[in-house]
Ligand binder design. Sequence first.
Ligand code: SF4
Length: 216
Amino acid sequence: MNGGLKLIKMNKAKNHDGLKLPVVEEFYSIQGEGFHTGKAAYFLRIGGCDVSCAWCDEKRAWNAGNFQMIDIEGVVERIAVVPAKAVVVTGGEPLLWNLDILCKKLKEKGIETFLETSGSEPLSGQWDWVCLSPKKNAPPLHEVLEHADELKVVIETITDFAWAEENAKEVPSHCKLWLQPEWSCSQKMMQPIVDYILQHPKWSISLQSHKYMRVP
Ligand code: SF4
């Protein structure tokens, strides 16, 4: 863990007040993955992550210290003016930060709040939808597993099916279950995933359709 990431942990431990967040980027686009695929939403990417997935496609977001701490009032105002009243809060690992006030202000504006998390940090914020994508490097906390509305497991190798089943045992019965090929090996893993789902139909396949659509 580098110095920047230690600082992130300290911020959390000191009860970060949630009034400012290290915003990597924010944009209005189409959700490409999981249950809400195809729907318009505002995306808010928050910096900081110490999970270290080798295939992470947002490594630039790992060090929160590289991003300016931005006042959430302005962020909420920008979200409120787009036609879709929904925001996807993603990262990095957004739960490194206290998201209570952000969500409170979003709810005051009637905006639906969707979280994308690895579940490695305690839950904060008020969420209409929690998408949990568990990572072996930093397994999800029980308190996040029990609030998951969808479980989205990235499949890089055959052994990841067992990891998916392990997590599926811990989520509520209403939780949607997805297997998603890791992008760089999607050609290789597509058939094994299809075969697995045919034998285990409680799972569905999630594709990173935004990459096919070439939208952010
Ligand atoms: S948890 Fe997400 S942001 Fe963090 S390293 Fe893994 S894929 Fe990247």
